[in-house]
Every structure is written in C-alpha cells, then in structure tokens.
Design a protein around this ligand. Structure first.
Ligand code: HEC
Length: 146
C-alpha cells in the first residue's frame, strides 16, 4: 500500500496547530474557573483533615450561617455540593474576595444577579478560608452533618 506522504504531512500541518490552539484555550478556561483573588495557583488537595474541618465549622457557625444554609436558599445560595460545582481555588477566592468576584467573575456575577445581595468579606484569614473549604469538602462527602 502506498501512503501519500505529502498529503499526510499537509493534513498534520493543518491539524496540529488547530489542536494546540484548542488545548491552549482549554487551559485558559481552567484559569478562569479559579475566579479572581489571592488564590492564583492550582491547589493540591490532600485527604480530608478532621482538625481543619472542625475549625471550618466553628468559623462557619459564626461568620457565614446568617446567610447560608446547606440544603436551602437563605440570603445566599445553599452550599451543599459547592465543592462539586466549583473549583477549590474559586471557593477560596469567593470567600476572600467576594466583592471583586461578583464584579468580575462570570459565575459570581450570575449569582449576584440571582440573589441580589452582595456577599461581604467576613474578615477571614487565608488559613480560615482553607478550613472553611475543608468543612465544605467534608459536608459534600457526607463525613459531617452541618
Ligand atoms: C451577607 C450575607 C452573606 C454572608 C455573611 C456570607 N455570604 Fe456567601 N454568599 C452570599 C451571597 C448573596 C452569595 C451569592 C453571590 C453574591 O451575591 O454576592 C454568596 C455566595 C457564596 C458562595 C458561592 C456559592 C455557590 O453556589 O457557588 C460561597 C462558597 C460562599 N458564599 C461562602 C461563604 C462563606 C464561607 C461565608 C462565611 C465566611 C459567607 N459565604 C458569608 C451571602 C453571604
């Protein structure tokens, strides 16, 4: 069988750049899903840390519970399965930088349009935001009940 080398080369020459372009677009998309805020690098999550979960629940029950429940809408969205619909980086940025998020991040903007209340910064430190994320992970994996 004679393979038409010229044609094959041409086809590769056309397809390869398109493929590379598509891949680069794809990775941009992932970056956007990080949201806008102090967390800019991909987070590597370890197995759930119970101490952090307990700390996260403590903070949640003081600083977030007035506006959020897990199962139903309150002032803000129900938070059950938030770790399944958003990236951890996005959740951290929403907690640490909510005002800029609702102004510039597409997903957060849409939530603001739907809930019509601005989530405000609750004076949460970076480690506290991380503990809150751990609490949400534990709730979503049914390891704790809120
Ligand atoms: C004043 C009410 C209020 C408080 C307090 C508040 N939030 Fe929010 N939250 C909202 C609203 C409203 C939204 C939707 C975005 C918007 O309109 O700002 C939201 C959105 C979110 C989201 C995104 C939910 C989704 O479905 O993607 C997360 C996560 C979140 N809040 C976590 C927290 C945490 C953690 C705290 C406590 C540190 C907190 N919020 C405190 C009102 C609040």
């Amino acid at each position: 069988m004679k393979i038409n080398i010229k044609l094959t080369t041409k086809v590769i020459a056309v397809i390869l750049p398109i493929l590379l372009f598509a891949i680069s677009l794809g990775s941009c998309g992932v970056k956007e899903e990080y949201g806008i805020g102090p967390v800019k690098e991909e987070m590597k999550l370890e197995p759930i840390n119970d101490k952090m979960v307990a700390r996260g629940k403590e903070i949640f029950d003081v600083k977030c519970i007035a506006c959020h429940k897990f199962d139903v809408r309150l002032v803000g969205p129900p938070l059950k399965d938030v770790t399944k619909r958003r990236r951890p980086e996005w959740i951290m940025n929403q907690i640490l930088n909510p005002i800029e998020m609702t102004q510039k991040d597409q997903t957060s903007k849409e939530l603001f349009a739907q809930y019509l209340v601005q989530m405000t910064f609750q004076d949460v430190s970076h480690p506290d935001a991380r503990a809150l994320l751990e609490y949400f992970r534990a709730v979503d994996e049914n390891k704790v009940t809120p």
